[in-house]
Ligand binder design. Structure first.
Ligand code: IMP
Length: 174
């Protein structure tokens, strides 16, 4: 396998996303939700999570850049594509692939809160334990992982491996 060892299998991801979707559906009962995917990494998580959400849902996307070509965070977050939708008085759920330093999360939350949503929460498939440089309160977390660099299920290394159906640990020597 090119991307190194499997950390989280396709079956585990599917099961966890189903549970998260059910939890989200319970929490937002009676509301309409605006699910915002943070591109590019979140495209797969968003598509699979959304299939388990049973409350009325609209979708929008933001694109941000963080790492460039490196595997270390630059600390600089840039919005490449903003939301199309107005979020004032809406219930917003941001969907991320991974929270590492938390700088992307922090920036997005601060920026979007200024627009006056009724509520704003985040769902992430992965959370790197102990790596956050800012306080992070993510309501829905799929899996907590160690500090290793992972790929697959939307996550890339130099734009490759996003299509892997599992989360793998990158083998730098592959
Ligand atoms: P943060 O701002 O440091 O929390 O990083 C968030 C973004 O960095 C994610 O949305 C990913 O695009 C990228 N990232 C962080 N860790 C990894 C990793 O292990 N593999 C691939 N991308 C990562």
């Amino acid at each position: 396998m090119e991307a190194g060892r499997v950390l989280i299998s396709e079956e585990h991801i599917a099961r966890r996303l189903r549970e998260m979707g059910e939890e989200i559906s319970r929490d937002y009962q009676g509301e309409t939700l605006l699910v915002v995917g943070v591109l590019r990494g979140a495209f797969m998580v968003m598509a699979d999570l959304a299939r388990h959400i049973t409350v009325p849902v609209e979708f929008d996307f933001m694109a941000v850049s963080s790492y460039g070509m490196s595997t270390k965070t630059s600390g600089v977050v840039r919005i490449l594509k903003d939301l199309d939708a107005e979020i004032t008085d809406r219930h917003v759920l941001l969907v991320e692939d991974i929270v590492d330093s938390g700088l992307t999360y922090d920036y997005l939350l601060r920026t979007l809160r200024l627009r006056g949503p009724a509520s704003i929460e985040m769902a992430t498939l992965l959370m790197k334990e102990g790596m956050q440089q800012v306080p992070v309160e993510t309501k829905y977390v799929g899996f907590t992982i160690g500090p290793e660099f992972v790929v697959g299920y939307g996550l890339d290394h130099q734009q490759l491996y996003r299509n892997l159906p599992y989360i793998g640990v990158l083998d730098e020597h592959a």
